[in-house]
Design a protein around this ligand. Structure first.
Ligand code: ZN
Length: 696
């Protein structure tokens, strides 16, 4: 007996010891976290590189197995099998992507840069694998004789087209050229992003005397004082180019020279002639992208990109943008006139400049609507706005959200929720609200594990992260949002719902100019009185937002829309022009931008929402020839929200379930126009958009 016990004990010891050894790298073990969320608490920096390497090796092996399959190519042994290669690599890249975007450091950035050419080579090895393509092509050519469901059919077509778009049909020497271009482009994009981050972090405006801050609300002063103190400058005030610091400064500080200084800091990012200058990087990216498109047989990079979008071609996008320019520019011109009148009325003897726009706009808003951000913010504590969006999701889709504290986080500030419906687990949602030096700016949502059915036929539930950069809480005061920020949160939540309610077999991407429909439609609920009455409560007193304020919010919601539309159109047009060059050209970035803006008649008081040297969406963020998408999608979301409004019930369950069934649950498994028509029965025009923005 004793002997047996001893053996048992040894084997237990060995078992746990062996297991520990095997599990030294969490990527090589099964994750026993709730719902298989990445064990962020256990993943160490040094785990990534070996996991990347092994992930690529495993994928290579899986691809070899498909290629060397002695059986004739079928949908299952080729197209479906391809969907399940690279699981490990996906897992590692997702976890790494989370850290690199929201909790990065020098080592992570260096590894990202070092791995980038290897990843690009790895992807090319797959997409330029001729034997693999032969099998895909053979299935593709038989497609009309196969019994495939619509999702399988689309997957087959997308897979085939993906190979062709990646250069499989090119001559060997051109394939080599393409590989080099891809590697170079991915490095340039990384460098671009790094420069923007460095230039954003490097600019600091330190104010020594409080009288320079006249106009700035007390709360914002305290915040700037705290920021200065944290950097060892007690008794001073620190302002940065992060949105929560920059925009209030531009909106309230009455000292015109200081506003100009701040504005120049912002609009000159990546354009200062230092080691973080992005001018040449932009020119190189544009040239190489054109070269790539030409090599693949497309007239321009835009033509190459848009083929896969709902818009299909550059001509459609240009004529759409033109139509909106025509409606918006005169409105922006009249807004500029009103601002100049305000300046003159106050006795200011100067011409309106871009650094005056926010400041005088705020004054007019106050005069016209008697409403200010500061009056609104107390009703929009971030936790209350979160409750509001959960409420909407509950009314529309019967979803429930429960905070969980037993799930690993990649940063202590993250809040984690389990999402259920009728008691059934739907997915995990993480919310990461506040800025950090280690986090990129803006708002974004990522499904770090997208919903799908795995190779064993099991349902994989989604894990989704929302990142924003709101004012952090200060002392007893919670983070208080303005209307725009509250809309941003609803917007990102819309992306999250798209991932959470996805119900497909395979993972598939949604095209750029459709993917903002699920997000932007959510913004329509944020100021609906029925919704405000649920969540907009004063953080101090708990008092509900007054009806009078709701009325003012509604009346002022179309204010300044000429400016907002034009600064957007300027950036979208700049993006389209860069990517519509038909042959590789050596451009001078600053000249190109200037000439393009002249061509569109942009007025000098407005600059593009993003200037070239910090236009991360298009030079490092995957939105090249795609920035127009937000506005394009607004055509769809304005029209889709009307479907709710027309029934007289913004929570109409029937419309909601149709929206879920025909659009949200399908993800990228169906043609976009087909999805929209199935939901709405007709194609939308731009009227709902213009109405929505008060540009009619
Ligand atoms: Zn979005």
């Amino acid at each position: 007996m004793k002997k047996i016990a001893f053996i048992l004990m040894i084997s237990t010891l060995c078992f746990s010891a062996c297991r520990k050894e095997v599990c030294e790298n969490p990527f090589f073990c099964k994750w026993d976290t709730p719902y298989g969320v990445p064990p962020f608490d256990k993943i160490k920096f040094e785990n990534f590189k070996p996991a990347f390497i092994k992930g690529m090796e495993e994928e290579d092996k899986a691809i070899d197995a498909i290629v060397n399959n002695p059986g004739a190519p079928t949908f299952d042994n080729t197209i479906k099998a391809l969907q399940y290669t690279g699981d490990l690599l996906d897992k590692v890249q997702s976890a790494f992507g989370v850290l690199n975007s929201a909790n990065t450091n020098d080592s992570i950035q260096a590894l990202s840069k070092a791995m980038s050419p290897l990843f690009s080579k790895h992807r090319d090895n797959i997409s330029l694998n001729e034997k693999l393509f032969e099998r895909v092509k053979s299935v593709y050519e038989k497609r009309d004789n196969l019994t495939l469901n619509p999702e399988e059919r689309k997957l087959l077509e997308d897979t085939y087209r993906g190979f062709v778009r990646n250069g499989i049909a090119l001559k060997p020497e051109d394939k080599e050229k393409l590989r080099k271009l891809n590697q170079e482009l991915s490095l340039l994009s990384l460098k671009f992003a790094e420069n923007v981050l460095a230039e954003t972090n490097d600019f600091n405006l330190v104010i020594e005397g409080e009288r320079d801050l006249a106009g700035l609300p007390e709360d914002l002063k305290l915040q700037a004082a705290a920021a200065a103190k944290a950097k060892g400058m007690k008794g001073k005030w620190l302002f940065t180019l992060q949105a929560p610091s920059y925009f209030p400064f531009m909106t309230y500080v009455s000292d015109r020279e200081l506003r100009e200084k701040m504005f120049r800091g912002y609009m000159m990012r990546g354009n200062n002639g230092n080691s973080h200058d992005n001018n040449e990087i932009v020119a190189k990216i544009v040239k190489l992208r054109t070269e790539k498109a030409n090599l693949l047989g497309y007239s321009s990079f835009a033509a190459y990109v848009l083929e896969r979008n709902m818009s299909k071609n550059p001509e459609t996008v240009f004529s759409f943008l033109d139509e909106v320019w025509a409606a918006a520019l005169p409105v922006a011109v009249s807004e500029a006139k009103a601002l100049q009148e305000m300046i003159d009325k106050e006795g200011g003897k100067f011409k309106l400049e871009p650094w005056d726009w926010f400041y005088y706009t705020e004054k007019i808003r106050k005069e016209k609507y008697d409403i200010s951000d500061e009056e609104v913010r107390p009703y929009f504590a971030v936790d209350n706005v979160t409750k509001g969006m959960f409420y909407v999701a509950n009314r529309l889709y019967s979803l429930e959200f429960k905070e969980r504290n037993d799930i690993p986080k990649y940063h202590p500030e993250v809040k984690t929720y389990e999402v259920t419906r009728n008691g059934m687990h739907i997915g995990i949602l993480m919310l990461d609200y506040f800025p950090r030096a280690s986090k990129r700016s803006g708002g974004w949502t990522s499904a770090i594990r997208p919903q799908h059915i795995d190779s064993e036929g099991k349902q994989v539930t989604p894990v989704v992260i929302i990142n924003t950069n709101f004012n952090p809480p200060a002392g007893d005061k919670p983070s208080l949002l303005n209307v725009e920020e509250a809309s941003t949160l609803f917007h990102e939540f819309g992306h999250a719902l798209h991932s959470l309610l996805s119900n497909t077999t395979y993972q598939s991407g949604v095209s750029r100019d459709f993917v903002e429909l699920p997000s932007q439609i959510m913004e329509h609920w944020v100021l609906e009185p029925e919704v405000l009455n649920e969540y907009a409560k004063n953080y101090k007193t708990g008092e509900l937002i007054p009806a009078e304020l709701i009325k003012k919010l509604d009346e002022s919601s179309k204010f300044n829309m000429g400016f907002i539309t034009v600064e957007f159109l300027a950036a979208a047009s700049l993006d389209m022009e860069y990517h519509s060059l038909t042959k590789p050209t050596d451009i001078v970035t600053a000249d190109f931008e200037k000439k393009t803006m002249e061509k569109y008649g942009l007025i000098s008081e407005i600059i593009p929402r993003y200037r070239s040297t910090y236009f991360s969406h298009i030079f490092s963020g995957g939105y090249s020839a795609g920035y127009y998408s937000y506005l394009w999608c607004e055509v769809l979301d304005a029209d889709a929200f009307k479907a709710f409004k027309e029934t007289g019930d913004i929570f109409n369950k029937e419309v909601a379930s149709k929206f879920e069934k025909e659009i949200l649950s399908r993800k990228g498994s169906r043609d976009e126009l087909e999805m929209y028509l199935a939901f709405r029965g007709k194609k939308p025009g731009i009227e709902a958009l213009l109405e929505n923005r008060g540009l009619k």
